[in-house]
Design a protein around this ligand. Sequence first.
Ligand code: PHE
Length: 332
Amino acid sequence: MDASEVDALRIAALAAFSAATDSGDLEQARIDHLGRRSPLALAQKQLGGLTDEERRRVGALLNELKTAITEAFDARHLELGSVELSQRLASERLDLTGPARRIRPGRPHLLTQVEAEIVDVFLGMGFSVAEGPEVESGRFNFDLLNIPPDHPARGTMDTIYVDEDADIVLRTHTSPVQVRTMLAQQPPIAVVCPGRVYRADAVDATHSPVFTQVEGLLVAEGITMAHLRGTLLAFAKALFGDDREVRLRPSFFPFTEPSAEVDVSFESASGWLEILGSGMVDPAVLAGCGIDPERYSGFAFGIGVERVAMLRHGVADIRDLYDADARFLAAF
Ligand code: PHE
């Protein structure tokens, strides 16, 4: 092997390195020109068959060749590496000046909002919040509320029984929370009882087997129907606007005597809309819960949260409140 052959190998290697345009190509060129089967490596293997003098001469040439090719490879390797890095940086560049993606924050469901608003009105009048279980005994849901076992409200048509033999029901109203409150404390009592209630009703535009109530109870000395009317008028004005009137119509509930249906005036509708049931707590209910009816009297009321939400926001179908349609929910 002479200097011109060595030169030819060097030129070929350098040409291959500069022709490589990515690190894959360059690696192939390295294998071709510096690898175990490259002409350089083969020439080095054949050194052993040469005379001492020749071996020293060719060995020195091949060493120089190897150094030259290696340096050329290293230089190209660095060069391609930095080209590829800048290509990657360019392609992965984030435009931080672009418009931000719109974030849609969540919010409480309309029913949750209205429930909180109703509760808030009563908190402002000095009531506190009492809560109780949704799976309730018939004793608290019915018996202590003066609803005898043969009362139609106890039939399976209205009540969803969890265990009929053990008299365990899904509460049909939050009145049992009022019972629990009276059993636990003496007057003065002023509580509102928000929560879910259950009735075996078929679903239609105005009925749902699960709905939401805020019921209230106030028991103290000297409480009259006038307190009931004033409290509910304040509630109606807070929820529906200052120019509302309330009207009490005689009604019947087993646990109140007298009982009254409360209507709120609406200019738009036919004049009055029924919004809740109420009454003076029946003395038998007070006595059954350990409160002396000779000394104390009280009123109670039950508000349907769905009905208030529908009246106030013009929702025609109760199912809209449960369907979780994002377009509906976004309106509130
Ligand atoms: N508990 C009654 C119901 O769910 C509502 C109500 C409460 C009526 C208190 C009068 C007094 O229908």
